[in-house]
Design a protein around this ligand. Sequence first.
Ligand code: SAM
Length: 151
Amino acid sequence: MSRLDSFIARMQAQRDCLNFLKPAVAALPGPILEVGLGNGRTYDHLRDLFPGRDIYVFERTVAAHPDCIPPDDRLFLGEARESILRAARTLGAVAALIWASGSAPHSMGLPRREATCSPTSRSTSRAGSACPSRRACRRTATFSTGSANVR
Ligand SMILES: C[S@@+](CC[C@H](N)C(=O)[O-])C[C@H]1O[C@@H](n2cnc3c(N)ncnc32)[C@H](O)[C@@H]1O
């Protein structure tokens, strides 16, 4: 598989997983958290999937497409390991979905234990009844994809 094929597969997997989670997340109260804004592609897709929903984003330094930058009051700047704690103090444990892409989840202060999930072996999830791998989980859906080294 070429690197181009691999990139396309990863992006398709990410979109498929988000689309798959939509009904389950739509049924839950609470905001959506995205850890790792990057260029804002996923944030943009989350906005499309969940119009009007509060989406909070965690990022070290914003370098996203200008159309995909969250408002200041929805942005937690700095190291996720610290800003997630800040957010928890402000928002409480209320998220309907936590989506993370970038570093290994545990390096961002997210749970170390994830379930491998389709459609790519690089995707990891902890998403309750919404989890494509059908693993049991608590109410909050945590979903991460990317180059994380998943055990
Ligand atoms: C692969 S990109 C995210 C791509 C994004 N989902 C998109 O669709 O464009 C990963 C992002 O996570 C951020 N990131 C990685 N580790 C982080 C951490 N520990 N704390 C805060 N931000 C982090 C990086 O700065 C980078 O912008």
